[in-house]
Ligand binder design. Structure first.
Ligand code: ADP
Ligand code: MG
Length: 230
């Protein structure tokens, strides 16, 4: 009886998920379809062609993003816990975010206290979570640029990572909704990135604190228990 209930719950979750994926992917696909049709018009100027192509690619990228976000929830990769050097992972993440930051005229400042900052966790999930948080920070500054500051320090037995932006900030109400599904203030947001990041980070014993002020910016502070070097 109990098992049956659990199974039908699962089916319910899967079908709800399928319905929302279908819904969210349909929008970008519909626009790509439209633009490809427009591109077929005779005597179309090269400039317009390039413009339609650009939007089509952006929309396809968005469809891909939705799939990635949903897959992270629906089919999580198995945990692979190992000793990782947070210092190196932060450098990796900064490297990945750099192009995105340049595009949005955001400057990245990095302050890493030590070279050895060991913790236990899943490297890929850690990277994915930090990239999500960093991208949101950059997107919060997309209107007129800004500074993304990333710092890492050891405090007692914790490794403390802060990701600070000078972007639009959040209200108290928005902060309280962070990490809940489908909360997005963006026209084309999935509202899933933060939820995935928070649950991955918490699974690695990460403790997350967010402080924000509308019009000033946001600070994400994530601390992990440090582990011995050897
Ligand atoms: P998405 O980025 O697709 O909107 P997320 O789950 O990544 O979804 O983020 C949810 C929402 O949290 C964002 O739409 C935004 O309103 C808010 N948010 C997250 N990070 C920041 C930030 N650094 N500054 C301002 N708002 C943020
Ligand atoms: Mg996001």
């Amino acid at each position: 009886m109990q098992e049956k209930a659990v199974l039908s719950d699962k089916i319910k979750i899967v079908s709800e998920m399928a319905a929302s994926v279908a819904h969210e992917i349909r929008n970008p696909l519909t626009s790509v379809r439209g633009f490809i049709q427009l591109m077929g018009a005779q005597g179309l100027e090269q400039e317009k062609k390039l413009f339609y192509q650009k939007i089509s690619l952006e929309e396809l990228e968005r469809a891909q993003m939705i799939i990635t976000d949903y897959l992270a929830i629906a089919k999580p990769e198995p945990e692979k816990i190992e000793k990782i050097n947070l210092h190196d992972e932060v450098q990796y993440v900064v490297h990945v975010l750099q192009t995105f930051a340049n595009y949005h005229e955001v400057q990245i400042n990095v302050l890493l206290q030590e070279n050895s900052m060991f913790m236990l966790g899943d490297r890929n999930k850690l990277r994915q979570s930090l990239i999500n948080i960093g991208k949101n920070a950059i997107e919060a500054m997309s209107a007129d640029g800004g500074v993304l500051s990333i710092s890492l320090s050891k405090q007692k037995n914790d490794l403390v990572l802060t990701i600070t932006d000078t972007g639009i900030g959040m209200t108290q109400e928005q902060i309280s909704r962070l990490g809940t599904p489908y909360f997005s203030t963006k026209e084309k947001g999935t509202g899933l990135g933060t939820m995935v990041s928070f649950s991955l980070l918490r699974a690695m014993k990460g403790n997350i604190n967010v402080a924000s002020e509308v019009g000033r910016g946001t600070i994400f502070e994530i601390s992990f228990p440090s582990t011995m070097t050897e």
